[in-house]
Design a protein around this ligand. Structure first.
Ligand code: AMP
Ligand code: ZN
Length: 114
């Protein structure tokens, strides 16, 4: 059994507030939200970081973005917009080493992002 937190959320071993799940992707509310809407979108397959993508993952990564769009529309973020973030390793502050996209919305964000 995987020791990875997000693998455990994807397979239901650890509960989360799911907003979407199918055989390829799971999305859930971040436990420490940084915006009024903060959803984490993960592949069900364990991929540690964006650097670990293989050619066969190209469609999966595109699909994760389609899921992000769908959730953003459902959460009424399409008109004002939203931010998608993927942190990669230490300098970006990645803390969970299972690839994920943060979907952040419901407020204005600064750029550059600190
Ligand atoms: P990152 O720092 O980019 O690796 O993002 C990891 C995110 O996972 C953080 O925003 C955490 O708040 C979030 N997180 C950690 N544990 C959980 C959990 N059990 N359920 C939901 N979100 C979590
Ligand atoms: Zn994992």
């Amino acid at each position: 059994m995987s020791e990875c937190l997000f693998c455990k959320i994807a397979n239901g071993e650890i509960p989360a507030k799911l907003t979407f799940d199918d055989d390829r992707v799971t999305a859930f509310e971040d436990i420490n939200p940084q915006a009024p809407v903060h959803i984490v979108i993960i592949p069900n397959k364990h991929i540690p970081t964006i650097l670990d993508l293989s050619h066969e993952d190209q469609e999966l990564v595109g699909y994760m973005h389609m899921v992000a769009n769908q959730i953003a529309i459902e959460k009424s973020l399409a008109e004002n917009g939203f931010r998608l973030v993927t942190n990669c390793k230490k300098s970006a502050g990645q803390t969970v080493f299972h690839l994920h996209i943060h979907l952040l919305g419901g407020r204005d964000f600064l750029w550059p992002p600190g």
